[in-house]
Ligand binder design. Structure first.
Ligand code: MN3
Length: 207
């Protein structure tokens, strides 16, 4: 059984230059994302058809259903699989700027205004210790967006949150171009965000 395949990146590896360089994109996708894909398939291979056939988003939100001996692997590789698929699709060449009305209203109602949100996301994501992600999520309980950081590849879904926009701050995401300058990478990333995609995710999460 090899249910999961490496998802496509919807633009060329050099399309996000100069903000994210082609070599980083290529290695990040073909090596790192591939490794999460393989790791997820391997972990699920030992599980029942019921678990194997469960939607990944559901699986990540219900890790207690997975046998204990592979739970950590499904958390890590399953999170890594979905996080990266979301990541590629939430970027585009000539992206950035301010988001459209739906997501902007949601951001404004929680953070006051877009600049305050951007400042918090930037500051708290740069401050992540070790490897992890900064996330704008939708909380279906509170019916509002929220910012959270997650360690390693753990999905926001494990906390009942729907991921809307995530930034990977593992060193593999930026070290070739930015070396130790994580802040420069985070600041550059705002220029490639695909806000239409983020807005679509919010609409879906609310419906
Ligand atoms: Mn990564």
């Amino acid at each position: 059984m090899a249910k999961y395949e490496l998802p496509k990146v919807p633009y060329a590896y050099d399309a996000l230059e100069p903000h994210i360089d082609a070599r980083t994109m290529e290695i990040h996708h073909t090596k790192h994302h591939q490794a999460y894909t393989d790791g997820l398939n391997n972990a699920l291979a030992t599980q029942s058809p019921e678990i194997q056939n469960m939607e990944l988003t559901k699986l990540l939100a219900n890790l207690d259903k997975v046998a204990e001996n592979v739970r950590g692997a499904v958390n890590f590789h399953g999170g890594g699989y979905e996080n990266h698929a979301l990541f590629w699709n939430s970027m585009k060449p000539n992206g950035g700027g301010k988001p459209g009305s739906g997501i902007l209203d949601a951001i404004n109602s929680v953070f006051g205004n877009f600049d305050s949100f951007k400042e918090k996301f930037t500051k708290d994501t740069i401050a992540i210790q070790g490897s992890g992600w900064g996330w704008l999520t939708y909380n279906p309980q509170g019916k509002k967006v929220e910012f959270t950081t997650m360690p390693n590849q753990t999905s926001p879904r494990t906390k009942g949150l729907v991921p809307l926009l995530g930034l990977d701050v593992w060193e593999h995401a930026y070290y070739l171009k930015y070396q130790n300058r994580r802040a420069d990478y985070v600041n550059a990333w705002w220029n490639v965000i695909n806000w239409d995609e983020v807005d679509n995710r919010l609409s879906k999460a609310k419906s």
